[in-house]
Design a binder for this molecule. Structure first.
Ligand code: ADP
Ligand code: MG
Length: 626
């Protein structure tokens, strides 16, 4: 066997990450053991899975286990497993590089504040490198199941690592941590057991340590120090919150506590156990197409795969955890999953569990629900258009900012809104805009403010998608205040209606004048009762794309047919009166153009010809001052 040693360099990112981790996680240093045990457990899962198709991989060593042993003299701590192991290429890929996309962006986002950075780095995944918090050298020796050759990786966690081919007796991975000065606590048997108990008790593979030395000098045997049964198979009453939390960190590769979880054994057409978690923080790749993590599928306690598509719908892609089926065949493949009715049933059941969990939080733990909403609300919103069967339940979970609530936080549910609708109000009103202040100050809201009618303020990109799919809630239509003619239904009394008709009648010549001045810029010009303070505003047809959506689509390079807006004017406004009385045709045309441009600006639009607008305004101002 060749013993040639090769020296390779880490990616620059790895170096930086290592440095950062060591400094920011030092106050929590014992988590390195959790990470290494977690990896060993994953390796056991992977081997068990591969052994379904190739039982020979288990050879004469079928009992999977993890071992932890300390050598006080050598000052080393060794974590070994007889799991899947790694080939040379896998070592380079998994340990020598960080293939995670976004590393650079992540590093750039760091603040230098150790506490904040510790949180961020946790989000990125701590993993194998956390060993360097306590070790100044790590030697990893590994042999992949079924392979004859083993490889040794060694590094001091600085710029480089070495690789060499070696002999290794059994399959799997052995990691030797050469402890730093002052880290002797991790040589102590009691301390190690305590750490395993705290962080890794839920691991389903036995974690073995040597029993106390025997009097007769005989070498002590290994004994399991964890419960070694899959956490989700235990009775809820036997699992502490702490254990639930630690299990989450293991399955989700997350550093922070989960927000909430649902754990149930489901019987019926499909029998399965689900233990699903809501994270408290968004993963860095929440909006990336190539996401790595999802929910883990087990079949009768054997890990099958982690899936990002089939087990949870896209709008619940932040959910983590395990689903363990009692009925699916062990050899279920991704292809089978794609069209399995059984999986569809399991998924539908799990979606209901997650929605029930959210409903429970919303009803009973406002603070947690707010955290959830701020973190994942925009993703959940996608569900309104994506999951027809659960649309109403999802709609009830949505939260909005509102014209009658001072705070900008999205706290108003559709049920809250309906509960305080004015007498005679039949519809749920909303406005979409780029920003909350644009929404709040929009001319479209004036009449609603005057009448004390609440309007929901929608400013997320996904809101256009939400309102396209969600046309009613609780039997009440959702209508945009910027689309179609103002229809206040029974909110309008007879006097209002009469006044409106009279205004329309009186404005006829004026409307024609503006119409002629604006030409084909507008679909229509009409007098409105919608405005109290502003002279004019733009609306689009009831079934037209909103101007906000049009701008959004254009901004991402989509070609869209521009919707011609309708200009609505406020006949009571002084400027409009002035226009009506204007004798000079040129000045009347200029005023009409200014009204239109202002209305466009007021709702966040862009002028085609801003310079001419400025010129017109200046000319009008000069006339005023003489
Ligand atoms: P993560 O566990 O989140 O993938 P880690 O840094 O903990 O990140 O591990 C990186 C990768 O190294 C793992 O995904 C796995 O492929 C490999 N690895 C680490 N430890 C082991 C082990 N004991 N046995 C086999 N593979 C391992
Ligand atoms: Mg890991």
């Amino acid at each position: 066997m060749s013993t040639q040693k090769e020296t390779l360099g880490f990616q620059t990112e790895v170096k930086q990450l290592l440095h950062l981790m060591i400094h920011s996680l030092y106050s929590n240093k014992e988590i390195f053991l959790r990470e290494l045990v977690s990896n060993a457990s994953d390796a056991a899962d992977k081997l068990r899975f591969e052994a379904i198709a190739a039982p020979d991989l288990l050879g004469d060593d079928p009992e999977l286990r993890i071992r932890i042993s300390a050598d006080a003299e050598a000052r080393t701590l060794t974590i070994s497993d007889n799991g899947i192991g790694m080939s040379r290429e896998e070592v380079i890929e998994n340990i020598g590089t960080i293939a995670k996309s976004g590393t650079r962006a992540f590093l750039d986002s760091l603040s230098g504040d150790a506490r904040k950075d510790a949180n961020l780095i946790g989000q990125f995944g701590v993993g194998f490198y956390s060993g360097f918090i306590v070790a100044d050298k790590i030697t990893l020796t590994t042999r992949r199941a079924g392979a004859a050759e083993a490889v040794r990786w060694e590094s001091q966690g600085e710029g480089e690592y070495t690789l060499e081919a070696v002999d290794k007796a059994g399959r799997g991975t052995e990691i030797v941590l050469h402890l730093k000065e002052g880290e002797d606590e991790f040589l102590g048997d009691w301390r190690l057991r305590q750490i395993v108990h705290t962080y890794s008790d839920h691991i389903s593979v036995p974690i073995e340590m040597k029993a106390a030395a025997k009097e007769d000098g005989e070498e002590p045997a290994f004994e399991a120090v964890n419960q070694a049964s899959a956490l989700w198979t235990r009775a809820k009453s036997d699992i502490s919150d702490e254990q639930y939390r630690e299990f989450y960190k293991h399955v989700a590769h997350d550093f922070s506590d989960p927000l909430a979880w649902t754990h149930a054994r489901v019987e019926g057409r499909q029998e399965y156990t689900e233990l699903l978690y809501l994270p408290s923080r968004a993963p860095f790749d929440l909006y990336e197409r190539e996401r790595k993590q999802g929910v883990k599928l087990y079949v009768r306690r054997v890990f099958i795969m982690e899936d990002t598509e089939k087990l949870m719908p896209h709008y619940l892609r932040f959910v983590r955890g395990v689903i363990d089926s009692s009925d699916l065949p062990l050899n279920v493949s991704r292809e089978i999953l794609q069209q399995s009715r059984d999986i569809d049933a399991i998924r539908a059941g799990c979606v209901k569990k997650v929605l029930a969990l959210l409903e429970d939080l919303a009803a009973n733990d406002a603070e947690k629900y707010t955290t959830f909403w701020n973190t994942f609300g925009q993703v959940l919103k996608e569900g309104v258009g994506e999951d027809f069967a659960n649309k109403d339940r999802i709609a009830a979970l949505l939260r909005f900012a509102s014209s009658t609530v001072e705070s900008d936080a999205a706290t108003v549910s559709l049920a809250d809104y309906v509960g305080r609708m004015k007498e005679g109000q039949e519809k749920i009103y909303y406005i979409t805009a780029e920003t909350l202040s644009a929404a709040r100050n929009s001319p479209h809201l004036e009449i609603f403010k005057k009448k004390g009618v609440e309007v929901l303020l929608l400013t997320d990109r996904v809101d256009e998608w939400v309102t396209a799919s969600l046309t009613e809630f609780d039997g009440k239509a959702l209508v945009s205040v910027a689309k179609g003619a103002l229809d206040l239904g029974s909110l309008e009394d007879d006097a209002d209606k009469k006044a409106q008709e009279a205004a329309e009648e009186a404005s006829r010549p004026l409307v024609k004048r503006i119409r002629d001045a604006l030409g084909d810029k507008v679909a229509e010009v009409r007098a409105t009762a919608r405005l109290t303070d502003s002279p004019a505003c733009l609306v689009v047809g009831e079934n037209d794309m909103s101007t906000h959506l049009e701008r959004m689509l254009k901004s991402v390079g989509q070609s869209v047919d521009a919707v011609k807006p309708t200009l609505e004017i406020n006949p009571g406004h002084l400027l409009v009166k002035r226009l009506a009385d204007e004798q000079d045709e040129n000045r009347a045309t200029a005023l009409a153009q200014v009204l239109f441009d202002q209305a466009l600006l007021a709702e966040g639009g862009k002028l085609d010809d801003p310079a001419t607008f400025v010129k017109r305004i200046n000319a009008l101002m000069l006339e005023l001052s003489v």
